[in-house]
Design a protein around this ligand. Structure first.
Ligand code: THU
Length: 134
C-alpha cells in the first residue's frame, strides 16, 4: 500500500467522526507489517475529557484484536488548512507499541508530510524505561 492509499483510508474515516462539540473531524489509519489496516475516528463525549482521538481509536481497535508490536505506519488526517498533528496523548500511546512508527500527517486539501514518531516524541518514555516489561 502506498502512503497516499493509507492517507486516503484515513480520509474515509472522517465521515464516521462523532464531533458535536468541536466540529473537528479526524480520521486515522494504522498499518501493521503484514498490511492489515485498523482505522479510527474521533469520538467525542458530553463529558469532554472522555473524548477519544482518532489515532487512539485505531490503536485500541488493533490491540483489542490481538495486534501489538508490528505497526509500521499511521496516517492521521483532518479537514483544516493546517496539518493535523497528533496530540501528546496519542504520541505517547503509539510510542508504547511502536516507537519506530512512521507517521503521515495530512491536512484538508490532501497534502501530507511523513516523519518518524521518534521526531514527534523525542526521548519518549516507554516499556524500556520500566524495570517490569509488559
Ligand atoms: N483529535 C484527534 O482525534 N486526534 C488528535 O491527535 C488531536 C485531536 C480530536 C479530539 C477532538 O475530538 C477534536 O480533535 C478537537 O480536539
Amino acid at each position: 500500500m502506498t502512503d497516499r492509499q493509507l492517507v486516503d483510508l484515513a480520509f474515509q474515516m472522517l465521515k464516521r467522526s462523532y464531533v458535536p462539540y468541536s466540529h473537528f473531524p479526524v480520521g486515522a489509519a494504522l498499518e501493521c507489517a503484514d498490511g492489515t489496516v485498523f482505522t479510527g475516528c474521533n469520538v467525542e463525549n458530553a463529558a469532554y475529557g472522555s473524548t477519544i482521538c482518532a489515532e487512539r481509536t485505531a490503536l485500541v481497535k488493533a490491540v483489542s484484536e490481538g495486534r501489538r508490536d508490528n505497526f509500521v505506519r499511521l496516517a492521521v488526517v483532518g479537514t483544516g488548512t493546517d496539518y493535523c498533528w497528533p496530540c501528546g496523548s496519542c504520541r505517547q500511546m503509539l510510542y508504547e507499541f511502536a516507537p519506530d512508527l512512521e507517521v503521515l500527517v495530512a491536512r484538508g486539501d490532501g497534502d501530507f508530510v511523513k516523519l518518524p514518531l521518534a521526531k514527534l516524541l523525542p526521548y519518549g518514555f516507554g516499556p524500556k524505561d520500566l524495570s517490569i516489561h509488559p
